[in-house]
Ligand binder design. Structure first.
Ligand code: NAD
Ligand code: UD1
Length: 338
């Protein structure tokens, strides 16, 4: 299937393009390179041995979208493009709503004008807020988000659901990711955060490589086995494969589908530190700091629905997530180097 992948040069997008090509699909990448390197495309091509059509374009640019749809005629869109820094979204809410919501509205309008009504959307476990129960099933009620980034995900889920309801020709898949980490086995593509990382694993790998002095553990007084926050970390390659499996839910008549993409297992911050040290032989010094505002104690998925309906299940364990994150960071200490 020919698939337009917005944000396809980013962390999750690049890994998904690899898995799409490996499965015989024809991904076409659109990315404005706001948070990605132009080198990614060549690296993907080196992994798969296949050409990746690439458009440096913005999802808010109607003319560019129209040209791409007319030329490529994709059957479906996998929509990763968006801003994703939680702290920045608190300081720049307008920019987040304009890019993520405005951009998606423009994209969806051009899609329908060109007769492409199949979309897979990158949502997040953040839509559950402080979850009503764990493991979190898709039936768990959505909650209060603590930042504008999270609200863009929650609102876009609603917007896409309403569009599908009004026009049943649409097939909409909402994928709620838990915490993607790791990198492709080749060590040539991976996560490339700007500045000091906000997320746990890139922070740890930058401590391991000597760019940061020590990890700051945000709180050890949560109601969890060791007091630190518990999350459902998932290997980015498993997450990428989840998108390939989700394509079956853009078949005609599928309607609206919602899936968690997680492993179903929770690890604490200190579990991750220990597993990283064991997998890589690197020592990770840390200090305990106060809780980070907006953080919750525990968040992990029930991965049953995706297993039953998509035939998808995460394959990689925490050891490989740590090893692969480290391979990427240690062989590319400055990311893509641009
Ligand atoms: P990323 O920043 O690496 O990828 C997003 C890509 O979108 C970047 O390459 C960026 O340049 C591009 N982009 C941003 N705005 C654009 C625009 N207006 N037009 C065209 N391209 C644009 O992030 P990621 O971690 O790969 O995340 C991909 C998607 O998954 C995002 O929507 C993110 O919110 C969502 N998500 C990520 C996580 C996570 O932990 N990484 C968790 C849940 C959901
Ligand atoms: C965060 C975002 C979430 C987003 C996700 C992926 C918040 C409140 N949530 O989720 O919206 O979808 O990233 O981008 O920001 N930790 C430390 N020290 C660090 C970094 C993290 O102790 O330097 C802890 C956190 O307190 C948490 C765990 O590690 O318990 C995971 O944090 P992180 O990787 O930022 O992910 P989330 O908070 O789950």
């Amino acid at each position: 299937m020919k698939i337009l992948v917005t944000g396809g040069a980013g962390f999750i997008g690049s890994h998904t393009v690899v898995e799409l090509q490996n499965s015989g699909h024809e991904p076409v990448v659109l990315d404005n390179l706001y948070n990605a390197s132009s080198k990614v495309i060549g690296r993907i091509e080196a992994i798969t041995g296949k050409h990746v059509p690439f458009y440096k374009a913005d999802i808010r640019d109607r003319e560019a979208l129209a040209e791409i749809f007319e030329k490529e005629k994709p059957e479906a869109v996998i929509h990763f493009a968006g801003l994703k820094a939680v702290g920045e979204s608190v300081r720049k809410p307008w920019e987040y709503y304009e890019n993520n919501i405005g951009g998606t509205l423009t994209l969806v309008d051009e899609m329908r004008k060109h007769g492409c009504k199949n979309i897979i959307f990158s949502s997040s476990a953040t839509v559950y807020g402080d979850p009503a129960f764990v493991p979190i099933t898709e039936e768990c009620p959505k909650g209060q988000c603590t930042n504008p980034y999270g609200w863009t995900k929650s609102m876009l889920e609603q917007i896409l659901s309403d569009i599908q309801k009004a026009d049943p020709e649409w097939n909409v898949v909402l994928l709620r990711y838990f915490n993607p980490i790791g990198a492709h086995k080749s060590g040539t593509i991976g996560e490339n955060p700007n500045g000091i990382p906000n997320n746990l694993m890139p922070y740890i790998t930058q401590v391991a490589v000597g760019k940061l002095e020590k990890l700051h553990v945000f709180g050890n007084d949560y109601d969890t086995p060791d007091g630190t926050g518990v999350r459902d970390y998932i290997h980015v390659v498993d997450l990428a494969k989840g998108h390939v499996c989700a394509l079956k839910k853009v078949a005609p008549g599928s309607g609206l589908s919602v899936y968690n993409l997680g492993t179903g297992t929770g690890y604490s911050v200190l579990d991750i530190v220990k597993n990283f040290e064991a997998a890589t032989g690197k020592n990770i010094p840390y200090v305990i700091d106060p809780r980070r505002p907006g953080d919750i104690a525990t968040c992990y998925s029930s991965a049953e629905k995706a297993k039953e309906e998509l035939g998808w299940e995460a394959q990689y364990g925490i050891k490989e997530m740590c090893e692969d994150a480290w391979r990427w960071q240690s062989t590319n200490p400055n990311g893509y180097g641009d």
